[in-house]
Ligand binder design. Structure first.
Ligand code: C2O
Ligand code: CU
Ligand code: CU
Length: 474
């Protein structure tokens, strides 16, 4: 049995009303509202994010109640710079507690918006941190309250965050941000709550949106080269992204640029919470249309999380003459191996039959045999220590494994006796571990304090599949 599925109110995926048809398709890709810096000094970024009940027009003539940051769906894009000091005030106008988690950023543990640090309804707090050199990359922010992360994100609280470097080697390229979310509406146009199947394998049956709209069209002059930052902000979807008629050049992952571009990729897997940066060189054919698609990917052995090919966006070329070629540097930035590990830890993703918190189900996905307890320390490390973690998946479905506080490096993957070394060094904060696989990663925490590590299927995180790493000062 797949965790937490024992409820009697199971709803099959196919029973959700089809909202695809009603959601308006084919509009030009939306640009993001940007969070404005209120500080007079460029060395500092200060602003306020208000989390509040709001609404959005998703279906014609119907307003869908949502919970939003600063009244926009998705929330405003934040653009920080390396070396900036950040002070973001959160005003919580929601009817329940919330937090803001700066997913992937190396912020102090007491500024990380973890569930032990809630901002109660009707109150506010300021998150303050400094962005060190080397953090340039694509991140996102979302709530992380105890047991309510999935519901708050499903109602609309999530948005992209970009950290820019002064010496970005790809700064000459125009870029777009593609923030992929899912929405599932009930017959009245309201966001439907999670059901028992969602609590088992993650939220199902959602209509995919890019920058808040369904199947937008992005129009380019033929032969244009662009940098696309793609973020998977869905609760549970794994996308094997492919662009019809094109290959993709991977230049960045969760924690920023790779050492060198990886060209010629037919598809790229991006699990829940993951980000990639790709270069797209549009076809030289005028007036052509190509779909950005999520190809079939099987997340579990029972076929519950299998998705057929789905379209996300249309790339359209204009009738203009081809754009001139641009230079792509052969080297992007140095990435050093974290070095020799002094400790090796095993993290087992498992399943137990025990009372799960949600839906009264009788089984739960867990980490090292235990359901999440905010008052327990599960693992201890020390500041600066390089560790190898073997993340062993003994369940029947894929889990996107995420660690707070730092970016880590994938060393290898193992299935049975077959070990596959990571093809290149990259900074990531989330790694997809398919059923039966072990992912071996190298981790180093630079700051002391308690850090969450968990599955980023939001329903798994809320339920039981989360644990605490205590990083102690030396
Ligand atoms: Cu986006 Cu604890 O994570
Ligand atoms: Cu995180
Ligand atoms: Cu999981």
């Amino acid at each position: 049995m797949l965790g937490c599925g024992g409820g009697s109110d199971d709803v099959a995926v196919g029973e959700f009303p089809p909202v695809d048809a009603a959601l308006t398709e084919g509009q030009p890709l939306r640009a993001f509202a940007r969070l404005q810096n209120q500080s007079a000094s460029a060395a500092e970024f200060s602003a306020t994010l208000t989390a509040a009940p709001s609404s959005a027009q998703l279906l014609p003539g119907t307003s869908t109640p949502m919970w939003l940051y600063n009244n926009t769906a998705p929330g405003p894009l934040i653009e920080f710079a390396e070396n900036q000091r950040v002070a973001i005030r959160l005003d919580n106008h929601l009817p329940q507690e919330t937090t803001i988690h700066w997913h992937g950023l190396p912020v102090p543990s007491d500024q990380d918006g973890n569930p032990m640090d809630p901002v109660p309804a009707g109150t506010s707090r300021v998150y303050e941190y400094h962005l060190p050199e080397g953090t340039a990359g694509t991140y996102w922010y979302h709530p992380h309250p105890h047991e309510e992360t999935a519901s708050q994100v499903a109602r609309g609280l999530a948005a992209p965050l970009i950290v820019r470097a002064a010496d970005d080697p790809l700064a000459h390229l125009t870029e777009i941000t593609l923030f992929i979310t899912g929405v599932r509406l009930d017959g009245a146009g309201a966001i439907s709550p999670d059901n028992a199947l969602d609590w088992s394998i993650g939220r199902q049956g959602e209509t995919l949106l890019v920058n808040g709209s369904r199947l937008p069209v992005h129009t380019l002059r033929p032969s244009t080269t662009q940098r696309w930052r793609i973020l998977n902000a869905t609760a549970a979807r794994h996308f094997r992204l492919a662009l019809e008629g094109h290959t993709l050049t991977l230049v960045g992952t969760d924690g920023g640029l790779l050492g060198a571009p990886v060209a010629g990729l037919k598809d790229i897997l991006i699990g829940p919470a993951q980000r990639i940066e790709v270069l797209v060189n549009a076809s030289n054919a005028p007036n052509a249309r190509y779909r950005l698609r999520a190809l079939r990917y099987d997340t579990d052995i029972l076929g519950l999380g299998t998705y057929v090919d789905e379209d996300l966006l249309t790339l359209a070329t204009t009738s203009e003459s081809p754009a001139p070629a641009v230079q792509i540097p052969a080297v992007l930035r140095p990435i050093a191996d974290l070095g020799v590990a002094s400790v090796r830890q095993e993290i087992e993703l498992g399943e137990i039959h025990d009372l799960c918190r949600r839906n009264g189900a009788t089984s739960a996905f867990v980490i090292n045999g235990q359901i999440f307890d905010p008052n327990r320390v599960d693992l201890v490390s020390t500041v600066g220590r390089v560790e190898l973690w073997d993340v062993v998946n003994n369940t029947g479905m894929a889990h996107p494994f995420h660690i707070h506080g730092t970016q880590f490096q994938l060393v290898s993957r193992r299935l049975g006796n077959v070990v596959t070394p990571a093809p290149y060094l990259a900074w990531i904060d989330t790694v997809v571990v398919p059923p039966g696989h072990t992912a071996t990663i190298k981790v180093r925490q630079a700051l002391p304090g308690k850090r969450m590590f968990h599955c980023h299927i939001l329903e798994h995180e809320d339920n039981c599949m989360m644990a605490i790493l205590d990083v102690r000062a030396v």
